[in-house]
Design a protein around this ligand. Sequence first.
Ligand SMILES: *Cc1c(COP(=O)(O)O)cnc(C)c1O
Length: 407
Amino acid sequence: MTNCMQKLQNREPLLWRNPEYEDKISACEYSLDDMLDAEARLARFAPLLAQLFEEAAEQFGIIESRLLDIPRLAEKLCPGAKMLLKADHDLPVAGSVKARGGIYNVLCFAETLCLKNGLLQYGDNYRKMANASIRDLFGHYTVSVGSTGNLGLSIGTIAAALGFKARVHMSADAKEWKKQLLRSRGVEVIEYSGDYSSAVAQGRKEAEADPYSYFVDDENSPELFLGYSTAAFRLRDQLRLRGITPDAEHPLFVYLPCGVGGAPGGICFGLKTIFGNAVHCFFAEPVEAPCMTLGLISGKHDKISVYDIGLTNQTLADGLAVGRPSAFVGRIIRNMVSGCFTVKDETLTEYQHITRETEQLKIEASAAAGFAGPEMVLNSDYCKTFGLNPANILHILWTTGGRYLPE
Ligand SMILES: *Cc1c(COP(=O)(O)O)cnc(C)c1O
């Protein structure tokens, strides 16, 4: 463990195997029922989303990404390894993995508000929410969020489209083009000179003072978490279509870029719930911002930050520029995540180029963080520890953002 801490401090890429990982997932406060509930809610909203967003209409309002073959990229990253890419970088409407959790979180709020005011019943066609009476109600409320960019893009876009006032508190890491895109979608963007955690704290404080305000709390939101988890159903179906049925001897190894932990944590929870020990999840972080790795290794979760060990939280991977992890997520996934690894910024840039060259995919730096995973894990004693044959593993790179990335 001290060896890992030293590597973290020295900004040396490292793979940490989670000693608390359990093959059988122990009970936690969420279950398959919660995931099914989330999936059903997304289905109820699908007709409305198809109407609101042209990009979502093609898939009848179900916001989903493709599962891609990447033979040329795989050969560059880890010759011989079987690999697929889950293309969340291309998710419609929000352009990142945040589309899953963020949009879902705002839909939960909208639905609750309508039910409470007697304007909607579960069996209704949710397109009704585009009518004047409901939009008027929404117009009284402000939906806000703190973000390094992509969560703001997701929450802001759906909130504004439904007729809420939308306010996004952006940390200094947020890219200018993301702010501009949001403003063009009718969202108010407030800029901070501080980091992600301080933008979240400011937003939370402001919202507390206003009873007509709803704050999406990236550090503590069960709705975000469960929204992310639905990815597991979609991946299961996409694998089925390919005739792939993972089992303990032929597992999936999934590599997930990690910031505060919500997206990778929710996906990991979903995958473990559905696939059990037929899936192994690894979180990827930049060497300057390994907040979840640090929180898990130390067991301190949000009681420790990357600054405390002398790191800067400065990284090209703006989506992962988080100094302190979510304790809410850390505690849930503590026994589910197989391990974490860290990557240097220059490696991310290199992966972006290779991905463009080999597969013609445009991804942002954060989205490439998982690419180091297959080689790192196969070069470690991980497979030996679990008695796995490396040839039987299907590696899944989860790309998390890039659809609207400017040239
Ligand atoms: C936010 C984000 C992540 C990680 O999600 P967290 O919930 O912050 O852990 C990964 N990739 C991209 C592109 C993101 O925007």
